[in-house]
Design a protein around this ligand. Structure first.
Ligand code: SF4
Length: 701
């Protein structure tokens, strides 16, 4: 009887970037259950298992309920007061900065907190505390798309709306296991009435590849050359849109000249795809009327990821498949607020999608914030990997980690953990005390989770959705927002943030910061309109609001104008390079890592708290191995095997399956040990880690 709700409100889910609407059923103002929102314009009345179980992790026993201090490394945590925690936080970080310079303290944050908190953190750390270096775990998922779009389109602008899944006649999914990684987006494809060709380009025969009409199992990291081959053949066969190219792009002739370097024989040899198959794919794309290209981590997490995603963008440009319904070069985001981080985290970009290096941008941001312009750094700080390297080199001595679990998720995990041990002071701000990263912390700041605070997330299709406080945080846990206010006060820079009094006030500041930018949301005056319309995609200027009330779907570039000064999109390309770590006689297999299930999320920090989700996913680490390899090694059934890389040895249960190709293995990233094996190489432009390729060997135990 206590669980019978007396009211319902709606908000967006806090796991993935799909941004589904959930109806939260309340009893006396507290959430007691949820169901998918049937009105929200994203999720067609559905939710995946994580969404259905979203309230469960809030109740976990290991929630951080008070600040905790570890007096000695390796020692136990003891509870403390917020006063002592704030004193320690400020005294330690200030002492480090005094001795080693402001740059010796950095932060690592997340795509999981609301945009208002991201902005507060970025502004507090860089403008208030004088930090130069800070990055987010979005470096692990979306940095490549950011750089690609900026260089190709002139702004980080995924052009699509989810409606495009339903309006394409050819859907090309690249390095995306949409069925399990973004299951609700897959449901949008299932609703497509045009009987689309669904093409999957992926080394593995994933769930999505099985459901597709065409699958091209390219060799891992042959993708850049493969797409150059596809572009070359599209041009040779006349499947191009000369009018679109001449009116809306620049650099086409140079791109054609670049393609002439590569023979189709070489493309077939390197990718492992036969010429007849490549021709079939080219005909499918070339004959499609509304072709959409979608990519995600299989592309973004590569050693030449930016150029690969730009090779995909180039396919859309040469065929004129952008700016129309059912088209687009479309990067799908990972985390619920990765898109918010891209615009408002103050890490890679200055707040509002501005540039630290642009004096006009700095002046504008300073004016909106009422701050001295001199407080704004003139250059972007280090990327995530450079911060870790900086710790190893003794340049960074203090680190503040917010809502991310790098000790599990970062590439070449042992190196990350060694870095944590080298720090003079590590603060972890998290909802749990038990993450692998929290286990290294000197100070833990306990936070309110999704649904225990207010704010907005921005989803993959640029839709800003509301998060609401529908549950009380346990014990003394505070929202990240409240913690940032406390820190500003104790640090002595509270005056700078006197306007930042509530999440909604900060949201209003963000709308002002966005004014005049491609991501202009100055038409959204507060949370009420977001609630009324069911999320709003950017851009949304004042003059857009009345139109949005009629049609709440916005696609970019329908006027053929891109964001470079000349209004044109650029063809960007370069020569493929080899992966950083090659297989050899000692380590003959390629290890791929990725998402293993729609029931688990990243490092399982929240999802493993749900008995329902645990049941839907094997609890013991496993590795997929092809039957031919298993037969050669005498591996039968689900016996335990040893996977070794040049960095570590990990035991796992063998799952013999033809979903992987001979010579390749696959291990889900959700298990803590997967990243003991991975090799730390990075895309040179985005500095995104290359999780999709390292050399290993497999042996019977
Ligand atoms: Fe939440 Fe993503 Fe699942 Fe939707 S698909 S319910 S946003 S985890």
């Amino acid at each position: 009887k206590d669980l019978i709700p007396d009211a319902t409100t709606s908000m967006v889910c806090g796991f993935c970037s799909t941004g589904c609407g959930l109806n939260i059923h309340l009893k006396n103002g507290e959430a007691v259950s949820l169901t998918p929102d049937t009105e929200y314009p994203v999720n067609i009345g559905m939710a995946c298992p994580k969404g259905w179980e979203a309230l469960t992790p809030l109740q976990a026993d290991d929630r951080a309920t008070s600040p905790m201090i570890r007096d000695q490394r390796g020692g136990v945590l003891r509870k403390t007061t917020w006063q002592e925690a704030m004193n320690l936080f400020c005294n330690k970080f200030k002492a480090i900065q005094k001795k080693h310079g402001n740059e010796s303290v950095a932060f690592l944050s997340t795509g999981q907190i609301v945009a208002e908190e991201m902005a507060f953190l970025g502004a507090l750390a860089k403008f208030g505390m004088g930090m130069k270096h800070g990055d987010g775990n979005t470096r692990q998922c979306m940095a490549t798309a950011v750089v690609s779009y900026k260089q190709s389109f002139g702004f980080d602008a995924p052009p699509y709306t989810y409606q495009d899944f339903e309006e394409s006649d050819v859907i090309v999914l690249i390095g995306s296991n949409l069925c399990i990684a973004h299951p609700i987006m897959w449901q949008r494809i299932e609703r497509n009435p045009h009987q689309p060709e669904i093409v999957v380009i992926d080394p593995r025969k994933t769930e999505t590849a099985v459901a597709a009409t065409q699958h091209y199992p390219i060799m891992p990291k042959s993708d850049l050359l493969f797409f150059y081959g596809i572009a070359k053949l599209l041009i040779e066969k006349g499947y191009v849109d000369p009018e679109f190219i001449s009116k809306h792009t620049e650099g086409y002739d140079a791109f054609r000249a670049h393609l002439s370097k590569f023979s189709l024989e070489e493309v077939c040899l390197v990718s492992g795809v036969a010429l007849t198959e490549i021709e079939k794919l080219v005909d499918t794309i070339g004959q499609g009327k509304r072709v959409s290209f979608w990519w995600t981590m299989g592309v973004n997490q590569g050693h030449e990821a930016v150029r690969t995603s730009q090779a995909i963008i180039n396919l859309a440009l040469i065929t004129g498949n952008i700016g129309r319904p059912g088209t687009g070069a479309n990067s799908i985001t990972g985390q619920c607020n990765a898109m918010g981080s891209r615009l408002f985290s103050n890490t890679t970009n200055l707040l509002g999608g501005h540039e630290f290096s642009n004096p006009e941008h700095r002046a504008k941001v300073a004016a909106v914030l009422g701050m001295d312009e001199a407080l704004i750094p003139e250059e972007t700080g280090w990327a995530y990997d450079q911060i870790i390297e900086g710790i190893h080199e003794g340049k960074i001595k203090g680190l503040w980690v917010i809502a991310t679990n790098g000790a599990h998720s970062w590439i070449h995990q042992d190196k990350y953990r060694e870095a944590m041990e080298k720090l003079e002071f590590l603060v972890v701000q998290d909802m749990y005390t038990t993450t692998e990263t929290a286990e290294c912390a000197d100070l833990i700041l306990p936070v309110a989770a999704w649904a225990e605070k207010d704010g907005v997330f921005i989803n993959s299709e640029r839709r800003i959705g509301l998060v609401k406080k529908v549950s009380k945080a346990p014990g003394e846990a505070l929202s990240d927002f409240s913690i940032f206010r406390l820190i500003a006060h104790h640090w002595g820079c509270g005056e700078l943030f006197s306007q930042w009094s509530s999440p909604e006030e900060v949201f209003r500041i963000l709308t002002k910061l966005s004014q005049g930018q491609p991501c202009d949301i100055s038409g959204i005056e507060g949370y009420q309109l977001l609630d009324e319309l069911g999320g709003i995609q950017w851009p949304c200027r004042k003059e857009d609001v009345s139109m949005l009330k009629l049609d709440n779907q916005r696609r970019l570039f329908d006027d053929g104008k891109f964001y470079h000064q000349n209004g044109k999109a650029k063809f960007i390309f370069s020569d493929p390079v080899e992966v950083a770590e090659q297989t050899d006689e000692k380590f003959p297999h390629i290890l791929l890592t990725g998402r293993g299930s729609s029931a688990q999320w990243h490092t399982q920090t929240r999802t493993k708290k749900s008995a329902v989700l645990r049941k839907l996913y094997p609890q013991n680490i496993y590795v997929e191995i092809h039957p031919e390899d298993a037969a050669k090694l005498g591996i039968e059934g689900e016996e335990n095997v040893l996977i070794s890389s040049r960095r570590a040895r990990v035991e796992a249960s063998a799952y013999v399956t033809p979903t992987v190709q001979p010579g390749q293995l696959f291990m889900p990233m959700h298990y803590a040990k997967a990243n003991k094996l991975t090799y730390a190489s990075f895309d040179p432009y985005s500095r995104q880690p290359s999780y999709k390729y390292c050399a290993v060997k497999v042996e019977r135990l």
